[in-house]
Design a binder for this molecule. Structure first.
Ligand code: ARG
Length: 616
């Protein structure tokens, strides 16, 4: 049995067993950094540039991406040398280009080309580079793009985190989808990832629910005998809230009697009344079953489901310790409050109400302290809506004040709102739009579309394909638009086979695979040992794009922004379709060209697949 831990003077309960295995030991075995062809070219060039700049005038020269109208792969701005050397940028560019060209070349880099305006441009040698890229993809396959950026360090991702006894809303969709994608991307970057689903399973709302169940439990059971348990709980929740609103409308001055009863019921819960706790446990179990059905549809999993109530034993200690450290003080109404220095511009955070009750914030502080003790994380990401921005500044501020310099990096990886098209979806069940309904709607629409084309598919195949397309479309609609933006759902665009959509990308992958299948059925063998040629500009563009996948992963991790992978994958699909239109593949007569194009097709399909996997 694992034992309790001590950290910052607080006793943290032992970490329960994880739901699924955390270990991914193979990740840290990658060398660091992996020498992908693009990395090799860039690193070699950067080193040379730095040396030449230092030699010329003790200046660091840095590489830039050339503007789109310049046909080069790297550009070196040398304007900073003009003053110390007393020459025009054009002259310096010419001299430096000559220096580059007389020395040993960086891997895959062609001769340097000076410009009058003061740049030295570099192009990639496509034949050698393209072959190295294909080889790298053919060798690494599923793990092509992976890197060892994290050296096995741990990232905890707080995501999905719905509230028990309620349905998941489309807001939780974003947290679920972004969290899952980041988990996969961090893992690809060499991190150990822990997805911790911080279920909302504590708070006064459970008192209200408990009271509702006492009052109308049987009535609702007989009213909706075939409904699932969460439907019933939700019904009770809506009913009591409606009644409370009515009471308040009838008596705007006074207090709602039901609300008071709910608070009393919650007090019973807080004091450990076994019947109250039993109801909460049952509710959590039932809700979790519902949530897991949605997670299965979405393909997301969690190492832990540690709800707010798990941390209750830590709360009195934390409230005491924070006061002792003078991080928190009692105010005139006996509430315990954390105040922040003027300049920080953070509002006071209440961690204990005047009646002694704990809050969402107290439980979040406990959670963060426990995570620090259990996982010793390098980073903790909170994938939670932008509406909780101020709140997380308060919680992180309080944590920092309490813990000091030993705190891990914590980040509120916030996201914008979702708006659904007007009409059926937004009104069907009243106030909120349920996540499962959105997914089912997407699946139904995908099914309809499949029905429009007459293909020879079995019912089972149709089911499976509509699920992949429908769910994929929803996930991509979310991730593709960018994490921090307020996003709009547009069914036609989500399910379009032409635009920037999941079905378009999935279709491109399927098209690539179908070319490969056709080749196999015509007994055309792909020989990966035979050098590839890249005769058409589109072939060079495509292979260069594929080479930048590792970079896209690294940039996604820097910004916690899966839309970078979405854009990369979309562009790979787009370039592939252009290639498919412009180049003969199977029908190409020249065997060397045909073999090259089949290798490129196979490599592209692999990269698109890896990209779609990282998006979830
Ligand atoms: N249960 C909360 C909600 O539905 C989200 C919790 C987010 N995570 C956290 N550690 N506060 O709004």
């Amino acid at each position: 049995m694992a034992k309790d831990l001590e950290i910052f003077g607080i006793t943290v309960p032992a970490l329960p067993a994880s739901e699924i295995s955390i270990a991914s030991p193979d990740l840290i075995l990658f060398p660091k950094p992996i020498d992908y062809p693009w990395n090799r070219a860039e690193a070699g060039l950067r080193k040379q540039a730095a040396a030449i700049g230092q030699q010329a005038a003790a200046v660091d020269l840095t590489l830039e991406a050339p503007p789109p109208n310049v046909s080069a792969d790297f550009a070196l701005a040398i304007h900073r040398l003009a003053k110390p050397l007393g020459k025009t940028p054009g002259q310096i560019a010419a001299e430096l280009a000559a220096d580059f060209n007389s020395g040993p070349k960086a891997p895959f880099i062609k001769a340097a080309a000076p410009t009058q305006s003061g740049y030295v441009n570099f192009g990639i040698d496509v034949p050698s580079f393209g072959n190295a890229v294909l080889e790298s993809i053919e060798k690494k396959r599923e793990s092509y793009g992976n890197e060892n950026l994290g050296n096995g360090e741990t990232v905890v991702i707080d995501c999905s985190s719905p509230n028990v006894a309620k349905y998941m809303s489309v807001g939780h969709l974003r947290s679920t989808v972004i969290g899952e994608s980041l988990a996969r991307i961090y893992r690809a970057g060499g991190y150990t990832v822990i997805r911790d689903n911080h279920l909302g399973d504590w708070g006064t709302q459970f008192g209200i629910l408990g009271r509702a169940k006492e009052l109308w439990g049987e009535e609702v059971d007989s009213e909706m005998p075939n409904a699932d348990p969460v439907q019933k709980l939700y019904r009770l929740y809506v009913k009591i809230n409606d009644e409370i609103e009515k009471e308040k409308a009838a008596n705007p001055e006074g207090e709602s009697a039901l609300e008071k009863e709910g608070r009393e019921w919650f007090r019973r819960l807080e004091q450990g009344d076994p019947r109250a706790l039993e109801l909460l446990k049952l509710t959590t179990k039932q809700s979790l079953q519902e949530f897991k059905r949605v997670y299965k549809l979405l393909g997301s999993e969690y190492e832990y489901y540690l709800g707010e109530s798990f941390y209750l034993p830590m709360l009195p200690q934390i409230i005491r310790a924070m006061q002792k450290k003078n991080v928190a003080t009692k105010d005139e109404r006996e509430a315990v409050v954390v105040e922040f220095p003027e300049g920080k511009n953070i509002k006071n955070l209440v961690i204990q109400k005047s009646d002694g009750a704990s809050l969402y914030s107290t439980r979040d502080l406990a959670t963060l302290i426990a995570r620090t003790a259990w996982f010793k994380p390098d980073k903790v990401l909170y994938v939670v809506g932008a509406d909780q921005k101020d709140y997380f500044r308060q919680v992180f501020g309080a944590f920092d004040a309490f813990v000091g310099k030993d705190a891990p990096v914590v980040e509120h990886t916030y996201f914008g709102t979702v708006s659904l098209p007007e009409g059926k979806m937004s009104t069907r069940k009243g106030r909120v739009v349920f996540l499962e309904d959105v997914l089912n709607e997407a699946i139904a629409r995908a099914k309809n579309k499949i029905g429009e084309t007459d293909r020879d598919l079995s019912d089972k195949e149709i089911e499976q394909i509509s699920r992949q397309i429908g769910v994929g479309a929803v996930i991509y609609m979310d991730l593709g638009q960018g994490r921090t933006r307020n996003i709009q759902f547009d069914w036609d665009q989500a399910l379009s086979l032409e635009g920037n959509s999941a079905p378009y990308i999935q279709y491109s992958h399927a098209r690539g695979k179908s070319v490969l299948r056709r080749a196999a059925s015509e007994k055309i063998k792909i020989d990966i040992t035979r050098d590839a040629v890249f005769d058409l500009p589109i072939e060079a563009d495509l292979v260069k794009h594929l080479s930048k996948f590792p970079q896209a992963i690294a940039r996604t991790i820097e910004a916690n922004e899966p839309s970078i992978i979405a854009a990369f994958t979309y562009k790979a699909a787009d370039l592939f379709n252009k290639f498919y239109k412009e180049a003969l593949i199977i029908r190409e007569k020249d065997p060397v060209r045909r073999n090259s194009r089949l290798r490129l097709t196979s490599a592209t399909a692999q990269v698109i697949k890896n990209g779609l996997y990282l998006l979830g």
